[in-house]
Design a protein around this ligand. Structure first.
Ligand code: KMH
Ligand code: ZN
Length: 271
């Protein structure tokens, strides 16, 4: 089996310090949390950006400050910017950080009910997002919340807007989304084009079991406070690193190795 790539989703747009004080907002908090997660074994850092008061933003200058602060502390980590941003942002706003030419960016592959809200990603928007990433040579991670979104990705490949091999993130367990269970995961794995790579982000209490399935099935793992603020039931996670450390321990116990950032680049075909 390939070595395991761990992505750490540091902060997201939805969770707050009121829910867990370890959620990073400022550039210093982001750089420190990124550094700890990277030292623990994360080779990809999935990055949303907040104002110092916690408000999510896709402002390019703010992203630059935070990406630069993270690069200083984690020189060879793969930085993956979000183009999901927060529900309600315009496509233009969401695409702004891609102009900084990070190595990777997310591409959310369809519309979904997202808790009480709707996360809108029409097919014409996907075309714009994919075109921009192709033009700037940014490797997309295709965020898939439901089975039909894999078909959208395949359509974009046919249109020449996405290069293969594709890399997917199955986001399972979002309220109103695809459930986080082994049947859903294996169904998704069977649905993607041969040669694709995949990771799984289980939301909330599903983070750990979905990660363990992925380790065993030969996929990759995403953990972090964006998706889950708890370490155990009723026990808040102390840091992003604490969530990464547990995955590293379990993976090694199961006889699989952890990929370094340069190994992750090879596995993901990032040039
Ligand atoms: N915040 C969600 C609405 C992504 O990073 O691309 C979308 C999200 C996905 O977090
Ligand atoms: Zn995200």
């Amino acid at each position: 089996m390939e070595k395991l790539i761990i992505t750490c989703a540091l902060t997201g747009a939805e969770v707050t310090k009121e829910q867990n004080p370890a959620v990073p907002y400022t550039a210093e908090e982001m750089a420190q949390s990124a550094y700890e997660a990277y030292m623990a074994g994360a080779s990809i850092l999935h990055i949303h950006v907040r104002e110092d008061n916690g408000t999510p933003t896709q402002n390019k200058e703010r992203f630059k400050v935070i990406l630069d602060a993270i690069k200083k502390r984690c020189p060879d980590a793969i930085l993956q910017v979000t183009t999901g941003g927060a529900v309600g942002m315009s496509d233009e706003e969401r695409l702004a950080p891609v102009e900084l030419r990070p190595e990777m960016a997310t591409l959310d592959a369809g519309t979904i009910n997202f808790g009480d809200e709707v996360f809108v990603n029409s097919f014409p928007s996907l075309i714009n997002f994919a075109k921009k990433m192709k033009e700037l040579n940014v490797k997309p991670e295709i965020e898939v919340f439901d089975r039909g979104m894999v078909e959208n990705a395949k359509r974009l490949v046919k249109m020449g807007l996405l290069d293969t091999p594709l890399h997917f993130d199955f986001v399972l367990g979002v309220p109103s989304g695809m459930p986080a269970d082994i049947d859903s995961l294996t169904y998704m794995v069977r649905s993607i084009p041969e040669g694709s790579t995949w990771t799984v982000a289980g939301i909330g209490r599903h983070q750990l079991p979905m990660a363990v399935y992925a380790i065993l099935l030969g996929g990759h793992v995403r953990v972090g406070l964006e998706d889950n603020i708890y370490y155990n039931k009723g026990e808040l996670a102390k840091s992003n690193a604490q969530l990464v450390e547990r995955i590293v321990r379990i993976t090694k116990e199961l006889g699989r190795d952890i990929a370094t950032p340069s190994e992750a680049r090879r596995i993901l075909n990032i040039k």
